[in-house]
Design a protein around this ligand. Structure first.
Ligand SMILES: C[S@@+](CC[C@H](N)C(=O)[O-])C[C@H]1O[C@@H](n2cnc3c(N)ncnc32)[C@H](O)[C@@H]1O
Length: 265
């Protein structure tokens, strides 16, 4: 995943609307979860927040630290990270769908990192994300007599992810689910390059002499849906949400009655 930033800079280029949704206030302490090479983290800082970038990839954190030495970054796994202070917000761009081991554990860690009322704002792949790319991979793998690739992503439905957030103690304030066709700008080899960068894991299990012909077949299969005159376009589907951590055992608001007075059953 070390090639993300150099080869596929569009991941961060799409971060602007997410930061607008977060609307960081001067001095707010914000975690950028799955920060990669830290471009979004730097943008948070430019907008006056005090960000902490967390990522599981040591190489990306080293890159972020050398590019933005004035900012705070740390290596950590989103499933079990802890922070010593309570944060005002957690933001995460194009990273939650990579955290497949236990999505509920990730949400629980975010909850613990936030102060009551803290915001969790994120964009991730949603159900149906990259359906054409994935179908092309699965068909090509089958045609080459290989076991279907185990995909390293989690693309939830809006209802499914909202349920997880609510279950974990968040109030969901906004949830968008939309197509975002995205140009594969840097890869001259279209879907094949996309697979090389983003599906490196399943590709590792392919015998080396098969890799090139397999990827050529992926390109042939994906081209009718994804190759335009102007270039290749990835069929991204996104979930973008803003949620707020509820207070722990907060006292009910004045006048609140859990049940109306009078007879009950
Ligand atoms: C597509 S990149 C996005 C990077 C950055 N947010 C951006 O928008 O440019 C996904 C990032 O999630 C990180 N990641 C994946 N699984 C993780 C985990 N379990 N804990 C922490 N980071 C993780 C990867 O190392 C990678 O940097």
């Amino acid at each position: 995943m070390a090639t993300y930033d150099s080869a596929f800079g569009y991941v961060s280029a799409h971060g602007e609307p997410l930061i607008d949704l977060l609307d960081p206030q001067p001095g707010e302490k914000v975690i950028d979860l799955g920060c990669g090479a830290g471009l979004l983290t730097a943008e948070l800082h430019a907008r006056g927040a005090q960000p902490l970038g967390i990522d599981g990839n040591v190489h990306l954190i080293a890159q972020a630290t050398s590019q933005f030495p004035e900012l705070s970054f740390t290596v950590g796994d989103a499933h079990d990270f802890t922070v010593s202070d309570a944060y005002d917000a957690v933001i995460s761009m194009s990273a939650l769908h990579w955290m497949v081991r236990d999505p509920d554990a990730v949400i629980a860690r975010v909850y613990s990192a936030l102060r009551p009322g803290g915001r969790f704002v994120a964009e991730m792949g949603g159900a149906g994300n990259c359906a054409e790319l994935i179908a092309a991979m699965q068909t090509a793998w089958r045609e080459f007599g290989l076991t279907e690739p185990e995909l390293p992503w989690f693309f939830p439905t809006p209802a499914g992810y909202a349920g997880r957030l609510e279950e974990a103690g968040f109030t969901v304030r906004l949830l968008e689910y939309f197509d975002r066709p995205t140009r594969m700008t840097e890869g001259p080899d279209g879907a094949a390059d996309w697979v090389r960068v983003y599906a490196a894991e399943p590709l590792r299990d392919v015998p080396p002499p098969l890799v090139q012909p397999l990827l050529e077949r992926v390109n042939e299969l994906a081209a009718p849906a994804l190759r335009r005159e102007s270039g290749w376009v990835a069929d991204y589907v996104r979930l973008r949400f803003a949620a707020v951590r509820k207070a722990d055992g907060a006292p009910p608001p004045p006048g609140f009655e859990p049940f109306p007075p009078g007879p009950s059953f």
